[in-house]
Design a protein around this ligand. Structure first.
Ligand code: BG6
Length: 608
């Protein structure tokens, strides 16, 4: 996820662009840049790091004159963060400058075609193809060039285009990526969201997929992909700036919970091509893969709990032994790991000290390493033999939500991919699983919508001081994450137990009004979990069940319940965790906790 801005008017563009980018930094902040047209040439400034680096480099934009321009703050997906890969990207003739949020799925094909035509690429990004494509189709009319280039692009994107054809026009193109037009007086703007516009104007147009816009200081015209003007639907923004950065939500955590259908889609869809799971960076040969006799997953915190889900799925599909090891333990255990081990390292930040150390120990012993990380160019991504990015965009809340579900998404894709290569699932099951995985964003959305009473339910249960999470198999793996979510933001003691373990000690703690969260979605062991529910109820516990929405039986036994949409069984954890994220959020909110920045916690623990 990145942030883009555009401006055309009568005053200097650069300061307006830089100020807008500062308000979009929560969308991405590993590099930033602006391009401003001054007469017949485009001035460009771009730099690795935060927008403040760009402001310092350009003296708050004073060094880059001109009254129309585009700007970008980046969250890398293709190409590590550096000055070259930072946007804007220019065409060879310097006539076009482009900023982009999203993914151009057919960039490799376009890059090859344009290179053959003699266009020289300087960056590793997918975005640069847009600048050269515009030059290749330009024949004196910038609007026509935008239309032609737009028709060649595949993927999800929001694009800003600056052209020095002297018309004072900038262009904005939207295809499945947020893009809003701001209507000013003698000036007009575009941006990835209202937070970059709202200090200038509250009159906005939310562009729709398949549209492009032409902006001059006096006017804005919206076109469909055939170049036909479409009706402008002007809306009035009621948010203030701070609320806008959170998308109108009270906390980043709630915004990021709600983003999960979109982030899951962004992680999975670009990696399913003609029904096949494809990874852009996975170099194990068939021989090497068949030489792997053990998979070790290592991580910390929620990343490790995503690994617990992945363990069940990989073992089920690949029939390969998988263990999940706490990185802080693995690093000191003189691990029995060698060249026949595939080490999967999971980390949102890619900078967690214990995880890095464990990875180094295992590499020393010859393990093949695969990283699942969110931050492009992070330490762990550079250390790994192969890396699969989660493409979740920046996660601001300390307690991860979309980071976790996109990690599980990658692990599920990996399990399907490996099982096919190992021959442990047949073609029919492979195709079915791929289809089901593509359908999970809709299931996540349903899981978000199903439990209308969750806020008051959480408030009514927020007085508890200790809460037990129980489940079996995949449900147990989800219990681990559910308990951690509650602990870390509401400060209530919560612990996850394999339901079968209760009678071996923990049940001694269960008493009148103890709250037990029983996850009972894993159907092969449903009756066993029901027995555990009976056990704790017999001791006076109150049971909050998490169950499939069509499971009428559990609702007769549970005191309260959270519903989960029916999914392909091995993907159910992705939907199960959603109501538990919301439950933790609303309990913490009822207790007046600092949800985005919980006490004592850090987003990434880069020290031991
Ligand atoms: C904790 C975070 O500090 O570190 C967790 O609060 C995270 O959300 C854990 O799972 C590991 O961090 P990372 O960046 O390696 O996933």
């Amino acid at each position: 996820m990145c942030g883009i801005v555009g401006f055309t008017g009568g005053r200097q563009a650069a300061p307006v662009l830089i100020d807008g980018l500062k308000r979009l930094e929560y969308r991405g902040y590993d590099s930033a840049g602006i391009a401003v047209a001054d007469g017949g040439k485009i001035g460009v400034a771009k730099v690795k790091g935060y927008v403040k680096n760009l402001a310092e480099l350009t003296h708050d934009g004073a060094d880059i004159p001109g009254t129309m321009g585009v700007g970008h703050t980046r969250w890398a997906t293709h190409g590590v963060p550096n000055d070259i890969n930072a946007h804007p990207h220019l065409s060879c003739d310097g006539r076009f400058a482009v900023v982009h949020n999203g993914i151009i799925e057919n960039y490799a094909q376009l890059r090859e075609e344009l290179t053959r035509q003699g266009y020289e690429f300087v960056s590793e990004t997918d975005t640069e193809v847009i600048a050269h494509l515009l030059e290749s189709v330009y024949a004196g009319d910038a609007k026509k060039a935008v239309m032609k280039a737009f028709s060649r692009l595949k993927g999800s994107y929001a694009i800003g285009i600056l052209c020095t054809d002297g018309s004072g026009r900038i262009f904005a193109v939207r295809e499945a990526g947020p893009l809003i037009i701001g209507l000013g007086v003698g000036e007009n703007y575009f941006a990835s969201d209202v937070s970059a516009l709202v200090q200038h104007t509250k009159n906005v147009i939310y562009m729709e997929d398949g549209q492009f816009a032409e902006l001059t200081p006096e006017d804005v015209t919206i076109f469909d992909s055939f170049g036909r003007p479409v009706e402008r639907k002007v809306s009035r923004v009621t948010w203030d700036v701070e609320a806008a950065e959170k998308g109108g939500y009270e906390h980043f955590m709630l915004k990021e919970i709600m983003e999960q259908p979109a982030t899951f889609k962004a992680t999975v869809e670009p990696r399913v091509v003609d029904g096949e799971v494809v990874f852009e960076n996975f170099s194990l040969t068939d021989e090497e893969l068949h030489g792997i006799n053990h998979i070790v997953i290592t991580a910390c915190g929620s990343a490790g709990y995503a690994g617990q889900v992945g363990r069940y799925v990989i073992e089920e599909l690949c029939r390969m032994p998988v263990s999940v090891e706490l990185a802080s333990e693995l690093r000191y255990r003189n691990p029995i790991i060698g060249e026949h081990t595939l080490l999967i390292v999971i980390s949102q930040s890619g900078e967690t000290a214990d995880t890095i150390a464990a990875m180094r120990e295992c590499k020393l012993r010859g393990a093949r390493t695969l990283a699942i990380v969110n931050v492009v160019g992070s330490t762990i991504s550079k250390l790994a033999d192969n890396v699969i990015y989660t493409w979740a965009g920046p996660e601001i809340a300390v307690a991860t939500t979309k980071g976790y579900t996109t990690q599980v998404a990658v692990l599920d894709m990996l399990a399907i991919y490996l099982a096919k290569r190992l021959g442990t699932i047949d073609g029919a099951r492979y195709s079915h699983l791929v289809e089901e995985l593509l359908g999970m964003p809709a299931k996540i959305q349903r899981a978000l919508d199903l439990n209308k009473n969750i806020e008051e339910l959480a408030e009514s249960l927020s007085y508890h001081n200790d809460i037990y999470f129980i489940g079996r198999n995949l449900d147990y793996a989800v219990c681990l994450e559910g308990a951690l979510k509650l602990k870390e933001i509401s400060y209530i003691f919560a612990e996850a137990y394999a339901a079968g373990e209760l009678k071996h000690g923990t049940i001694a703690l269960v008493e009148e009004d103890s709250l037990v969260v029983a996850i009972a979605c894993y159907e092969p062991l449903f009756e066993k979990t029901m027995s555990n529910i009976e056990e704790v109820k017999a001791r006076g516990a109150k049971v909050l069940a998490v169950a499939l929405e069509d499971n009428k039986k559990i609702f007769t036994k549970a005191d309260e319940y959270l519903m989960v949409p029916r999914c392909e069984p091995i993907f159910t954890p992705i939907a199960e965790i959603i109501p538990l994220q919301l439950f933790a959020y609303y309990v913490a909110r009822a207790n007046g906790c600092d949800i985005d920045k919980p006490k004592n916690l850090a987003k990434s623990v880069t020290v031991e």
